[in-house]
Design a protein around this ligand. Structure first.
Ligand SMILES: NC(=O)C1=CN([C@@H]2O[C@H](COP(=O)(O)OP(=O)(O)OC[C@H]3O[C@@H](n4cnc5c(N)ncnc54)[C@H](O)[C@@H]3O)[C@@H](O)[C@H]2O)C=CC1
Ligand SMILES: N[C@@H](CC=O)C(=O)O
Ligand code: NA
Length: 444
């Protein structure tokens, strides 16, 4: 009988406790699937927990656990990008495989950590880092391994989707829903990561790397969050047959014009058609739509945050590693394992990442103007002079001050062109406020 696989859990918080519970609940399933006993030997925690089995060693010396002889796989669940990085490096240098849910750390330091892991013949597994319980890393790296990814679009922050769904469907205030997301264990330790789009940008950087085979480049992701979205825009969008979702996009642009060839990496609120499947993914659910050749569009959906969903992804990685540890290959040799970033490390591409001004999307514009004769004609003339095609216009009745909100939907346009047109619209005497713009995508 093979020896048991010994796990260390660093940080028994929402996800760590979820992992402990999952192992207790599904112990037989894990053993029947892996052929090994899987046991937690050590837990790294700031304070002793009396709800953890007495056979498990609890310690506040997480560095010692990361190199303990009594551990085969280190599961890092403390979060953050400093101490967590030191712990993972310590584990790698001591020949331990690592499982982490830490997208912030991977997005910022993944290139270095994966290189170190390769040098030490161990693996850093990270299914839980993107879209919680959805097995999207496995899908992208393994199931789609024969495809060329053209683009992907995803709802990849559960907290943000939960907030926007509750606000739209129940009219609940932003702050109340965020507090509930925190109580449910969905939000990051610093929830501005969720609502300002940073968490989604971390995840998008990871998804884009494994989609296109390029190093992690979090610093080049264009990032907007959900804090600027008003109920007014949500309602106008619905009137026009669209829904606003916070989405991450990774898009390959191949064009004869080298200035607009490259990869778009962006997260932002987006109008999408109400009948698109992604538009109907609500609450804490995430979904990733991948368009690849020759497969076409495939959609992956499930809970993107929370203890159970995230623990499922953590343990899926553990099960993969258990199989490596049990293979005929030398124990711990990962040379036949799927590459960290899905492509062979020496084959990663240096495709340029496009700057925001070079990116192409449709737009929703809300212009506030005095209802003077000719103002609508002036606005549409500026757009058409800039080569921007209008798809729909909605003019609302004037409110108290005699101003009319004019809503315009455009076909895709390079952002730089749109910036120039908006500048001109804002200079019109009749236009009273800054133009509100939200990107729009038909997802086709
Ligand atoms: N909560 C969720 O739904 C998801 C979380 N994640 C990621 O999983 C990781 C953990 O998240 P949560 O469990 O939600 O966080 P949490 O805040 O509930 O748990 C973190 C645990 O680590 C402990 N900890 C933090 N720093 C420590 C230190 N220096 N020494 C000892 N213990 C320390 C905390 O006391 C706490 O018990 C983060 O990287 C997060 O981004 C990923 C996917 C989903
Ligand atoms: N805070 C994150 C947790 C999962 O990654 C989210 O809400 O999606
Ligand atoms: Na996942």
């Amino acid at each position: 009988m093979s020896k048991p696989i010994k796990l260390a859990i660093l940080g028994p918080g929402t996800v760590g406790t979820g992992v402990i519970n999952l192992i207790n609940d599904n112990l037989d399933e894990l053993k029947r699937r892996s052929g090994r006993d899987i046991i937690i030997t050590e837990v790294g925690t700031r304070r002793q927990r009396d709800d953890i089995d007495a056979s498990i060693v609890q310690s506040d010396d997480l560095m010692a656990i990361a190199s303990s002889d009594n551990v085969d796989i280190v599961i890092e669940l403390i979060g953050g990008t400093t101490f967590a990085k030191d712990l993972i490096m310590q584990a790698i240098k001591n020949g331990k495989h690592v499982v982490t849910a830490n997208k912030a750390l991977l997005a910022e330091h993944g290139n270095e950590l994966f290189a170190l892991a390769e040098a030490h013949q161990v693996h850093v597994a990270y299914e839980a880092a993107v879209a919680g319980g959805i097995p999207i890393i496995k899908v992208m790296r393994e199931a789609l391994a024969a495809n060329k990814v053209e683009w992907l679009a995803g709802i990849i922050n559960g907290t943000g989707n939960f907030i926007m769904s509750e606000m739209r469907d129940k009219g609940r205030p932003f702050a109340d829903v965020l507090a509930e997301a925190q109580a449910l264990g969905y939000a990051e330790a610093d929830p501005t990561f969720d609502v300002e789009g940073i968490d989604a940008a971390h995840k998008l950087a990871i998804l884009a790397s494994i989609a296109f085979g390029m190093p992690l480049q979090f610093d080049k992701v264009y990032c907007e969050g959900i804090t600027g979205i008003t109920l007014q825009d949500v309602n106008y969008a619905e009137e026009l047959g669209y829904r606003i979702k916070h989405l991450g996009f990774a898009v390959r642009r191949d064009s004869a014009d080298s200035d607009s060839s490259g990869i778009e990496l962006r997260v932002h609120p987006t109008l999408i058609p109400q009948d698109a499947l992604l538009a109907n993914v609500n609450g804490v659910k995430n979904a990733v739509l991948v368009n690849s050749h020759p497969l076409g569009q495939t959609l992956y959906c499930g809970d993107g945050a929370g203890a159970g969903a995230t623990a499922s992804a953590v343990m899926a990685d553990v099960m993969d590693l258990v199989r490596i540890l049990g293979s005929d290959d030398a124990e711990g040799n990962n040379s036949h394992h799927v590459p960290h970033l899905a492509f062979m490390p020496e084959q990663l591409s240096d495709s340029p990442i496009l700057r925001a001004e070079q990116m192409t999307t449709g737009y929703y514009l809300r212009v506030h103007a005095y209802d003077n004769p000719g103002v609508l004609a002036d606005i549409t003339r500026i757009l058409s002079d800039a080569g921007i095609n209008i798809d729909a216009i909605l003019q609302k009745p004037a409110h108290d001050l005699g101003q009319v909100p004019v809503i315009i939907l455009t076909l895709p346009v390079v952002e730089n062109q749109m910036n120039l047109a908006i500048e001109k619209i804002e200079q019109l005497d009749a236009v009273t406020d800054k133009v509100v713009r939200i990107r729009l995508d038909e997802l086709d």
